[in-house]
Design a protein around this ligand. Structure first.
Ligand code: IMP
Ligand code: MG
Length: 183
Protein backbone atom coordinates (compact mmCIF):
# COMPACT_ATOMS: atom_id res chain seq x y z
CA UNK A 1 0.00 0.00 0.00
CA UNK A 2 1.44 3.40 -0.93
CA UNK A 3 -0.02 6.09 1.24
CA UNK A 4 1.79 9.38 1.91
CA UNK A 5 0.36 9.47 5.45
CA UNK A 6 2.17 6.23 6.37
CA UNK A 7 5.84 5.80 7.31
CA UNK A 8 7.09 2.26 7.88
CA UNK A 9 8.46 1.85 11.42
CA UNK A 10 8.80 -1.95 11.59
CA UNK A 11 8.80 -3.87 8.30
CA UNK A 12 6.91 -7.16 7.95
CA UNK A 13 10.00 -9.40 7.91
CA UNK A 14 11.27 -7.92 11.21
CA UNK A 15 7.86 -8.49 12.83
CA UNK A 16 7.80 -12.11 11.71
CA UNK A 17 11.38 -12.80 12.83
CA UNK A 18 10.71 -11.32 16.28
CA UNK A 19 7.49 -13.31 16.69
CA UNK A 20 9.33 -16.55 15.88
CA UNK A 21 11.83 -15.71 18.66
CA UNK A 22 9.01 -14.93 21.10
CA UNK A 23 7.18 -18.16 20.25
CA UNK A 24 10.28 -20.21 20.99
CA UNK A 25 11.04 -18.32 24.20
CA UNK A 26 7.48 -18.55 25.54
CA UNK A 27 7.28 -22.25 24.67
CA UNK A 28 10.48 -22.86 26.63
CA UNK A 29 9.11 -20.91 29.60
CA UNK A 30 6.00 -23.15 29.80
CA UNK A 31 7.32 -26.70 29.46
CA UNK A 32 4.25 -28.24 31.15
CA UNK A 33 0.64 -27.40 32.03
CA UNK A 34 -2.18 -25.86 30.04
CA UNK A 35 -1.44 -22.56 28.37
CA UNK A 36 -4.35 -20.33 27.39
CA UNK A 37 -3.46 -17.63 24.88
CA UNK A 38 -6.04 -14.87 25.18
CA UNK A 39 -6.22 -12.51 22.23
CA UNK A 40 -7.49 -9.02 22.97
CA UNK A 41 -9.75 -8.08 20.07
CA UNK A 42 -9.37 -6.70 17.54
CA UNK A 43 -5.86 -5.25 17.44
CA UNK A 44 -4.03 -8.40 18.57
CA UNK A 45 -5.62 -10.80 16.07
CA UNK A 46 -2.69 -10.83 13.61
CA UNK A 47 -0.12 -11.08 16.42
CA UNK A 48 -2.11 -13.92 18.01
CA UNK A 49 -2.37 -15.84 14.74
CA UNK A 50 1.38 -15.65 14.10
CA UNK A 51 2.48 -16.10 17.73
CA UNK A 52 0.28 -19.18 18.23
CA UNK A 53 1.82 -20.77 15.13
CA UNK A 54 5.33 -19.89 16.35
CA UNK A 55 4.73 -21.85 19.56
CA UNK A 56 6.43 -25.23 19.75
CA UNK A 57 3.88 -26.61 22.25
CA UNK A 58 0.10 -27.04 22.31
CA UNK A 59 -2.04 -24.09 23.42
CA UNK A 60 -5.66 -23.17 23.91
CA UNK A 61 -6.75 -20.02 22.17
CA UNK A 62 -9.53 -17.71 23.30
CA UNK A 63 -10.67 -14.18 22.60
CA UNK A 64 -11.72 -11.25 24.71
CA UNK A 65 -13.17 -7.96 23.60
CA UNK A 66 -12.12 -4.93 25.62
CA UNK A 67 -12.87 -1.40 24.63
CA UNK A 68 -10.99 1.54 26.08
CA UNK A 69 -10.53 3.72 23.03
CA UNK A 70 -13.12 5.53 21.01
CA UNK A 71 -12.52 6.42 17.38
CA UNK A 72 -9.72 8.87 18.15
CA UNK A 73 -6.12 8.57 19.25
CA UNK A 74 -6.41 9.01 23.01
CA UNK A 75 -7.90 6.75 25.65
CA UNK A 76 -11.33 7.49 27.04
CA UNK A 77 -10.05 6.05 30.33
CA UNK A 78 -13.10 3.76 30.44
CA UNK A 79 -12.64 0.02 30.06
CA UNK A 80 -15.54 -2.22 29.04
CA UNK A 81 -15.69 -5.97 28.34
CA UNK A 82 -17.47 -6.37 25.00
CA UNK A 83 -16.82 -10.12 24.59
CA UNK A 84 -15.92 -12.51 27.39
CA UNK A 85 -13.88 -15.74 27.27
CA UNK A 86 -15.45 -19.02 26.13
CA UNK A 87 -13.13 -21.29 28.15
CA UNK A 88 -12.59 -21.15 31.93
CA UNK A 89 -9.06 -20.13 32.97
CA UNK A 90 -9.28 -21.52 36.51
CA UNK A 91 -5.98 -23.29 37.33
CA UNK A 92 -4.54 -22.50 33.88
CA UNK A 93 -1.49 -20.54 32.78
CA UNK A 94 -2.86 -17.46 31.05
CA UNK A 95 -0.96 -15.51 28.42
CA UNK A 96 -2.69 -12.27 27.49
CA UNK A 97 -1.83 -11.43 23.88
CA UNK A 98 -2.11 -7.69 23.24
CA UNK A 99 -1.15 -5.46 20.34
CA UNK A 100 0.27 -2.49 22.26
CA UNK A 101 0.66 -1.19 25.80
CA UNK A 102 0.12 2.54 25.83
CA UNK A 103 -1.30 4.13 29.00
CA UNK A 104 -1.56 0.67 30.57
CA UNK A 105 -5.18 1.31 31.59
CA UNK A 106 -6.58 -1.61 29.58
CA UNK A 107 -4.06 -4.23 30.72
CA UNK A 108 -4.03 -3.05 34.33
CA UNK A 109 -7.81 -3.53 34.42
CA UNK A 110 -7.66 -6.86 32.62
CA UNK A 111 -4.99 -8.31 34.91
CA UNK A 112 -7.21 -7.58 37.93
CA UNK A 113 -10.29 -8.97 36.21
CA UNK A 114 -8.65 -12.25 35.17
CA UNK A 115 -6.86 -12.65 38.49
CA UNK A 116 -10.29 -12.98 40.16
CA UNK A 117 -10.91 -16.11 38.04
CA UNK A 118 -8.14 -18.02 39.85
CA UNK A 119 -5.72 -18.87 37.06
CA UNK A 120 -2.46 -20.60 38.02
CA UNK A 121 -0.45 -17.73 36.49
CA UNK A 122 -0.96 -14.68 34.25
CA UNK A 123 1.57 -13.06 31.96
CA UNK A 124 1.34 -10.53 29.16
CA UNK A 125 2.81 -10.73 25.67
CA UNK A 126 2.57 -7.37 23.90
CA UNK A 127 3.82 -6.85 20.37
CA UNK A 128 4.53 -3.16 21.01
CA UNK A 129 5.29 -1.12 24.10
CA UNK A 130 5.24 2.69 24.37
CA UNK A 131 6.82 3.03 27.84
CA UNK A 132 6.78 6.86 27.79
CA UNK A 133 2.98 6.91 27.84
CA UNK A 134 2.39 4.77 30.92
CA UNK A 135 -0.21 5.99 33.44
CA UNK A 136 -0.86 2.65 35.21
CA UNK A 137 1.78 0.06 36.11
CA UNK A 138 1.83 -2.97 33.84
CA UNK A 139 4.48 -5.67 33.70
CA UNK A 140 4.87 -7.26 30.27
CA UNK A 141 6.83 -10.51 30.44
CA UNK A 142 7.19 -10.55 26.64
CA UNK A 143 7.52 -7.48 24.41
CA UNK A 144 8.09 -7.56 20.66
CA UNK A 145 9.36 -4.02 20.20
CA UNK A 146 9.65 -0.88 22.33
CA UNK A 147 8.60 2.09 20.23
CA UNK A 148 8.67 5.89 20.68
CA UNK A 149 5.57 7.91 21.49
CA UNK A 150 4.09 7.97 18.01
CA UNK A 151 0.69 6.75 16.85
CA UNK A 152 1.10 3.57 14.83
CA UNK A 153 -1.18 1.51 12.61
CA UNK A 154 -0.98 -1.78 10.73
CA UNK A 155 -0.56 -5.45 11.60
CA UNK A 156 -3.85 -5.30 13.48
CA UNK A 157 -3.62 -1.78 14.86
CA UNK A 158 -6.11 0.74 13.59
CA UNK A 159 -6.98 4.37 13.36
CA UNK A 160 -10.78 4.65 13.26
CA UNK A 161 -10.90 0.97 12.15
CA UNK A 162 -8.65 1.63 9.15
CA UNK A 163 -5.19 0.24 8.27
CA UNK A 164 -5.43 -3.02 10.25
CA UNK A 165 -4.48 -5.17 7.25
CA UNK A 166 -1.08 -3.56 6.57
CA UNK A 167 1.65 -6.17 7.00
CA UNK A 168 4.07 -3.60 8.52
CA UNK A 169 3.77 -1.33 11.56
CA UNK A 170 3.59 2.24 10.26
CA UNK A 171 3.52 5.66 11.86
CA UNK A 172 0.40 7.57 10.89
CA UNK A 173 1.70 11.07 10.24
CA UNK A 174 -0.14 13.90 12.00
CA UNK A 175 -1.29 15.82 8.93
CA UNK A 176 -2.79 12.69 7.44
CA UNK A 177 -4.49 11.66 10.66
CA UNK A 178 -6.35 14.93 10.88
CA UNK A 179 -7.76 14.29 7.40
CA UNK A 180 -8.61 10.63 7.92
CA UNK A 181 -12.32 9.94 7.65
CA UNK A 182 -13.88 8.81 10.94
CA UNK A 183 -15.50 5.40 11.38
P1 IMP B 1 -3.98 1.58 26.85
O1 IMP B 1 -5.12 1.16 27.69
O2 IMP B 1 -3.83 3.09 26.80
O3 IMP B 1 -2.66 0.90 27.18
O4 IMP B 1 -4.37 1.27 25.37
C1 IMP B 1 -4.31 0.05 24.81
C2 IMP B 1 -5.11 0.04 23.50
O5 IMP B 1 -5.11 1.32 22.87
C3 IMP B 1 -4.44 -0.89 22.54
O6 IMP B 1 -4.93 -2.20 22.67
C4 IMP B 1 -4.78 -0.27 21.21
O7 IMP B 1 -6.02 -0.78 20.74
C5 IMP B 1 -4.94 1.21 21.49
N1 IMP B 1 -3.72 1.96 21.09
C6 IMP B 1 -2.79 2.51 21.89
N2 IMP B 1 -1.81 3.10 21.19
C7 IMP B 1 -2.12 2.89 19.89
C8 IMP B 1 -1.47 3.25 18.65
O8 IMP B 1 -0.39 3.86 18.57
N3 IMP B 1 -2.12 2.87 17.52
C9 IMP B 1 -3.29 2.18 17.51
N4 IMP B 1 -3.93 1.82 18.65
C10 IMP B 1 -3.34 2.18 19.83
MG1 MG C 1 -7.62 -0.05 18.87
Amino acid sequence: MTDPKLRVLIPADKIQARIRELGEQISRDYPTGNLHMICILKGATFFMADLARAMTRGVFIDFMGISSYGKGKSSSGEVRVTKDLDISVEGANVLIVEDIVDSGVTLNYLMHLLDQRKPHSIRIAALLDKPERRLRPVHCAYVGFKIPDEFVVGYGLDYAEQYRNLDAICVLEETGAANAPAG
